[in-house]
Design a protein around this ligand. Structure first.
Ligand code: CDP
Ligand code: MG
Length: 892
């Protein structure tokens, strides 16, 4: 091995360097925008001299004797005491033959990209190479980021085992758990954890090397990390505290990293690891099954097991619920010798409990009396040193826990032939998905019982993050569960869609790791031809207001200058910045300059104190605003419950579906009537009814928790059980965040939430109005009726067409003049869902950003007096977004 140069050694290990104030820390107010970040680093940043003209090579040439050798120091080899068996197993991995090349590239370049097929050994071996070459010390360690928790945990265990070291030395950290100690030298973590660490120490001084793994997934947080790290590497080089960055990818498509001069002015070298891959025969279905891909997976797996020679089967499905359903069906059809069929279900429930418990482990400080704060000054929680992060955003399967409901999985007990227990070979069926406990995950890496065939039913976790040994057959449903973002609300949901060609090929590749294999695609080649080639990077297909907020919280003001590997569109950036300004999370540019400034794309508004608080909450900024405002009048627990329920969405079962038969129609109708009755009861009367559908949500959460959140209660009241579980999980999580941000609040989840008082209901309505300002709608008055299609319709700032209150809303017949809505859905008409009423006087006070005032702007802003419910204002307001003239506001 070659070593970090002597100069590096002394710098990285010594505290001798005087502490220079960090220009990127908040306290040194001025030096915080990207404009002041150094530009992309030309060539090496380590003080090593690499010829600037050197082109990126697939493999950096072995340094000739004449080339400058930056690493004159003799190797300080850190011995690792592996077992002979482990060593033998390692030697089989293709990446071992590239060790020299990789370590030389790392020594010479600040940034190196390693590409290699899944299973070639990148994740498990590269950290070991670095460790052995002395890239870690007590002060500076090796960090590895993974987009998924599963991988962070499993890989730290595996590497510890391979190196014969304890998990005190090779550790992991995910959001709420970890085993990092002062002895830790290699730390696996999710990218969310590292992003949070950057907020605390921009230079990441505790790391000597950072490995960003699974970069091909192009998750938003991976992309942002790479952008940030490109600058941190430069800054660290300037500070003479060099940091090495390795980007590891399963595909060769890395142009976004190498051909992006804003990111790295000198393209980093790309080292390709040749994998030993056996041929895989791909079989397409003649026909693409339309709906029942889970059933098709079952039939195909049975066929393979009955008819084809030995070899493990790997089935790709989209979510945890599907995985369990198929496991049950397969176990029933092919009982294993010592089968314990109930265990997995029990485990799955235990998973959920385990996570909930770890989340509820919030400090339960004594409940302090909540200070009385009035609404006219937006009081915010102090932004603190919270340990929370936004990791759940990235953990697909886990986050989708409550979103599995859209899938009809009722087929596991189907009465088709072939489900009778089969006397053939036993099948050793194992599930694999993100939330699965680490012990259970580890099972897939062990050989199956003697004489049984291994069958792993997995989500796309098995696509590139984890490699299962002994797989010869792959069954690919061709689908993946993806997060989609609602254009109207910015709220995300999960949908099952076709994978990309690149993903399908990755899946197929899993069959050829140890011998020639077969991949069964449950779709036709014509369908495959229509798949997109690569999945577009996540950042280009979602609204970015939450990201922009997070970046501003990192003091990156000129987001437009940020070196994104793939930047979001300027329109998306402007829309995000405008929303954040309106929410008060960003400082508005000076009056008059605003439009010009925004249009010239100089997006550089700094974050406000409110924005910092909002950034701490792992929910959409609109909802974060509600939470930040709700530490008043004891509203916080209700706001948390509401935001959780709104984020989960669709707490009630779908009753609008068309009926297949007359009988079903009758049943549906009576069910609808019953649910409507329950909703009315939860909505209450008078003040409470004004909170509308959001009062129904509060009622549902409260009542359901009171009943212990049982499936029976949900069934009886038209609630979706999984959605209620997810709401509960999110309530716990948000409570933890609030406690971390603001420990003196000492909040804990009181399942038996008392109903809010009348005045609390009013405050909640105001909080909703303040968060959903761009979702304000006004009923078209009779004198304004242009034609019949506008009868009972509302006008909104976002749409030209009439919108209506959804018939399922408790305000359907009330027709209040002003409402805010949670989302608009389009069926036969545009319908608003999640509707709550707004009083006209609140608009100028709570939503000044949306108002245009007719009197000079130097006037003091309107103030709101909660005691009298009056707004003090000496002018007429106009709601400019739609040009509604509001009547003159009451002048006190
Ligand atoms: O990161 P990459 O996909 O290149 O490969 P890896 O995750 O480092 O896996 C290298 C090898 O280690 C594979 O053959 C896995 O099957 C094996 N492995 C294992 O046997 N047990 C684990 N817990 C993890 C990996
Ligand atoms: Mg890997």
């Amino acid at each position: 091995h070659r070593q970090p140069s002597s100069s590096e050694e002394s710098e990285s290990s010594g505290d001798s360097e005087p502490e220079v104030p960090d220009p990127l820390q908040p306290e040194t107010s001025t030096g915080t925008s990207m404009a002041q970040l150094p530009p992309a680093l030309p060539g090496a940043g380590d003080g090593s001299t690499v010829p600037a003209s050197r082109p990126p090579t697939a493999r950096p040439p072995a340094p000739a004797a004449t080339q400058p050798r930056p690493l004159a120091k003799p190797a300080v080899f850190v011995p690792v005491n592996r077992t002979p068996e482990m060593q033998e197993e390692r030697l089989k991995l293709p990446i071992l033959s590239e060790e020299q090349t990789i370590m030389e590239a790392v020594a010479e370049h600040p940034v190196v990209i390693v590409c290699g097929e899944t299973g070639s050994g990148k994740t498990t071996q590269v950290p070991q190479f670095l460790y052995e070459a002395g890239y870690s010390s007590d002060q500076s360690i090796i960090g590895v980021t993974e987009p998924r928790r599963v991988a962070a945990m499993a890989m730290s265990q595996r590497v510890a085992k391979e190196m014969n070291l304890s998990q005190r030395v090779v550790s992991y950290q995910i959001r709420y758990e970890g085993n990092v100690t002062e002895d830790t030298r290699v730390k696996f973590m999710t990218d969310g954890v590292l992003l949070k660490e950057i907020q605390k120490d921009f230079l990441l001084k505790q790391y000597r090397v950072l490995i960003v793994d699974e970069a091909h997934e192009r998750s938003v947080y991976t992309d942002i990390l790479i952008g940030l790290l490109s600058r941190i590497v430069t800054l660290r080089a300037k500070r003479r505290l060099p940091l090495k960055l390795l980007i590891m990818s399963a595909t060769l498509r890395v142009e976004d990293f190498t051909q992006n001069s804003r990111l790295f002015s000198q393209p980093p070298p790309v080292i390709k690891v040749e994998a030993r891959q056996f041929p895989v025969t791909v079989h397409f279905n003649k026909r693409t099954p339309l709906e029942d891909y889970a059933g098709e997976c079952f039939r195909k797996t049975c066929k393979i097991h009955r008819m084809l020679p030995a070899g493990g089967i790997l089935v790709f499905l989209t979510g945890q619920a599907e995985v369990h359903a198929l496991c049950r069906r397969l176990r029933k059809a092919f009982p294993a010798r010592r089968c314990r069929p109930q265990e997995e279900e029990k485990d799955s429930a235990e998973e959920v409990r385990r996570f909930k418990k770890s989340r509820a482990r919030a400090k339960k400080a004594q409940a302090a009396a909540l200070p009385q704060i009035s609404l006219d000054s937006y009081s915010v929680l102090p932004a603190g040193e919270g340990d929370e992060d936004r990791e759940a955003e990235m953990d697909d399967e886990e986050a989708a826990l409550g979103s599995d409901l859209d899938l009809d999985l009722g087929d596991e007990d189907g009465a088709e032939g072939g489900e009778q227990p089969d006397a053939s070979l036993p099948l050793h069926v194992l599930p694999l998905y993100s939330l699965l406990a680490p012990e259970k995950q580890a099972q897939v890496f062990r050989p199956p019982p003697e004489g049984a065939r291994l069958c792993v039913v997995a989500t796309n976790v098995a696509e590139t993050s984890l490699t299962i040994p002994g797989i010869k057959y792959v069954v690919d449903c061709g689908k993946v569960k993806k997060r989609y973002y609602d254009r109207v609300t910015g709220v995300s949901s999960f949908r099952v869609t076709w994978v990309s060609q690149a993903s399908a090929d990755q899946r197929a590749g899993r069959a050829g790791r140890t011998e020639p294999g077969h991949c069964y695609r449950l779709y036709s080649s014509a369908v495959f031809a229509d798949f997109e080639q690569f999945p577009p990077p996540e950042i280009t297909r979602r609204p970015v207001e939450d990201l922009i907020l997070q970046m501003k919280a990192l003091n990156i003001e000129k987001v437009i200058n940020f070196p994104f590997p793939t930047p979001p569109s300027v329109e998306a950036l402007i829309a995000a910045e405008e929303l954040l300004i309106a929410l008060g999370a960003l400082q508005a540019p000076p009056k008059g300059a605003r439009m010009k400034q925004l249009q010239s794309s100089r997006l550089s508004c700094p974050i406000t104190a409110l924005g910092r608080t909002m950034a701490a909450f792992p929910v959409a900024p609109r909802y974060a605003k509600m939470l930040a405002l709700s530490r008043q009048y004891g509203c916080l627990p209700y706001a948390i419950a509401l935001v959780s329920a709104m984020t989960v969405r669709e707490l009630f079962e779908e009753l609008d579906r068309p009926a297949a038969s007359d009988d079903e129609l009758v049943a549906l109708k009576s069910r609808r009537a019953r649910v409507a009755q329950i909703k009315r009861a939860w909505a209450g009367q008078g003040a409470s009814l004004k909170l509308g559908d959001l009062m129904v949500l509060l009622g549902a959460v409260g009542a359901c928790e009171y009943a212990g959140c049982s499936p029976e209660f949900c069934q009886a009241n038209g609630l979706r059980y999984k959605a209620m579980l997810e709401t509960r999980r999110l309530r716990g999580q948000l409570t933890t965040v609030v406690n971390a941000v603001c420990p003196e609040v000492g909040l804990f989840v009181d399942p038996k939430m008392e109903p809010p008082t009348e005045s609390q209901v009013t405050y909640l309505r105001q909080i909703l109005a303040a968060g959903l300002g761009d979702h304000l709608a006004r009923r078209v008055q009779s004198e304004e009726l242009l034609d019949e299609k506008w009868r009972n319709a509302y006008k909104t700032p976002l749409l030209d067409d009439p919108v209506f209150i959804h018939p399922s809303s408790v305000l359907f017949r009330e027709l209040p003049e002003f409402v805010v809505y949670q989302e608009i859905v389009e069926t036969t008409k545009m319908y608003m869902k999640g509707v709550s009423t707004v009083e006209i006087q609140w608009i100028p006070a709570l939503l000044p950003a949306y108002c245009q005032f007719s009197t000079p702007l130097e006037d003091p802003p309107p103030t709101y007096c909660p005691e009298t419910g009056r707004v003090q204002c000496h002018r007429t307001s106009v709601f400019y977004r739609v040009g509604w003239a509001l009547p003159a506001i009451q002048v006190d």
